[in-house]
Write a protein that binds this ligand. Structure first.
Ligand SMILES: Nc1ncnc2c1ncn2[C@@H]1O[C@H](COP(=O)(O)OP(=O)(O)O)[C@@H](O)[C@H]1O
Ligand SMILES: O=C(O)c1ccc[n+]([C@@H]2O[C@H](COP(=O)([O-])O)[C@@H](O)[C@H]2O)c1
Ligand SMILES: [Mg+2]
Length: 204
């Protein structure tokens, strides 16, 4: 059985933390991180021609839109797993348990998992982590990304884009399991692990 889990939701909701814990506990489990698919951006003026991240009318680089991600490449990577989860696992250094039932799990982790149409129906289960605005803003202020946030990015771009995509997801009727990112790391881990295990049992 092939089982694809989405760990989505807002920036700094705790997606990467939760994913890393699940990976250690689920058998035959591979991961694809959406933030590995950001398109290239200029880090110095000389490299401007390679910059594929648009600058909005607001003056901010538009990192938090679907167009800043190479979703076709992400989809191809998912398809490679679907064709041969065993080969994919080996290529990514994941040891495959030969005696386990033929269950293979793929976790997709990222902040815009449910907005790209070709991916939406591939998930067996879609989780969506959220925390309140103030907590999200505070956590974000403690993070250091490859490209540091310019002043005002959170309120001017990150938060409005999160709200826009969430609204669209809900309007499109995409079914998700909401997770309260204010729970402890341990509580979230046990809640989701148990939920995945139950869902796997129901399918087998
Ligand atoms: N359940 C939690 N409670 C409190 N802080 C958390 C929790 N999960 C993650 N964090 C912290 O929040 C920040 C963002 O976590 P991270 O997993 O990188 O989020 P995301 O991948 O959603 O942006 C990190 O500093 C992390 O240590
Ligand atoms: O990873 C990068 O190269 C990168 C460069 C610029 C910005 N980001 C930010 O990465 C955020 C998504 O990652 P995360 O872990 O916070 O969900 C998103 O809100 C972007 O603004 C990420
Ligand atoms: Mg992350």
């Amino acid at each position: 059985m092939k089982y694809i889990v989405g760990i989505g939701g807002m920036t700094n909701g705790g997606k990467t933390t939760l994913t890393n814990s699940l990976l250690k506990s689920l058998p035959n489990c591979c991961v694809i991180h959406q933030d590995d698919f950001f398109k290239p951006a200029a880090w110095a003026p000389l490299f401007q021609p390679q910059d594929q991240i648009a600058v909005g009318e607001d003056g901010f680089k538009q990192w938090d839109v679907l167009e800043s991600l190479d979703m076709e490449a992400m989809l191809s990577t998912v398809q490679a797993w679907m064709i041969s989860p065993r080969k994919f696992a080996r290529a990514h250094g994941v040891s495959v348990q030969l005696d386990a039932s033929d269950t293979h799990i793929l976790i997709l982790e990222g902040f815009l998992l449910y907005s790209y149409k070709p991916l939406v129906d591939l998930y067996s289960r879609r989780y969506f982590l959220t925390v309140p605005y103030e907590e999200c803003k505070w956590r974000r202020s403690t993070r250091r990304y490859m490209v540091p946030d310019p002043p005002g990015l959170f309120d001017g771009h990150v938060w409005p884009m999160f709200q826009k995509y969430k609204r669209e997801m809900e309007a499109n009727g995409v079914e998700v399991v909401y997770l309260d990112g204010m729970k402890s790391r341990e509580e979230l881990f046990h809640q989701v692990l148990e939920d995945i295990q139950n869902s796997l049992l129901n399918r087998s």
